[in-house]
Ligand binder design. Structure first.
Ligand SMILES: [Zn+2]
Length: 127
């Protein structure tokens, strides 16, 4: 009886540990509000729902354009699985959907982004 229990409990325990490790590695660094400590990992609008503080984004992070940024118009960029409103730091050519961009600065709830340098002239390969 007890041996049967162990035979079942051991694989279940291993599965639980693996699931926990996957969950932990996926979450990476937990993003919390610097003002009130609220969990902001599901947050998508760049503002803390608890205290209303604007969430600062570490400069230099790389994200992908999810809604085209054309000239000075606001588009959308996904950084670490979260969507942000984004404008171009130096509006030139449109940043099309899927383009990798680097966060240059943040201005309120809007991130200012620029193309990641992939070669001479800072050209971006689209894909
Ligand atoms: Zn807060």
């Amino acid at each position: 009886m007890s041996q049967l229990t162990i035979a079942w409990a051991l694989p279940l325990l291993i599965v639980a540990i693996v699931a926990y490790l996957i969950f932990r590695s996926r979450g990476g660094k937990r993003l919390t509000c610097t003002k009130c400590g609220y969990d902001l990992n599901e947050n998508e609008n760049g503002r803390c729902p608890e205290c209303g503080a604007t969430i600062a984004k570490p400069i230099g992070e790389v994200g992908r354009v999810t809604m085209e940024i054309r000239g000075t118009a606001i588009g959308e960029v996904k950084v670490n699985g979260r969507r942000w409103k984004a404008g171009q730091a130096a509006p030139m050519m449109p940043l099309t959907k899927g383009t990798k961009v680097r966060v240059v600065a943040s201005k309120g709830m809007v991130l200012l982004v620029g193309p990641t340098k992939t070669g001479p002239g800072g050209r971006v390969r689209q894909g």
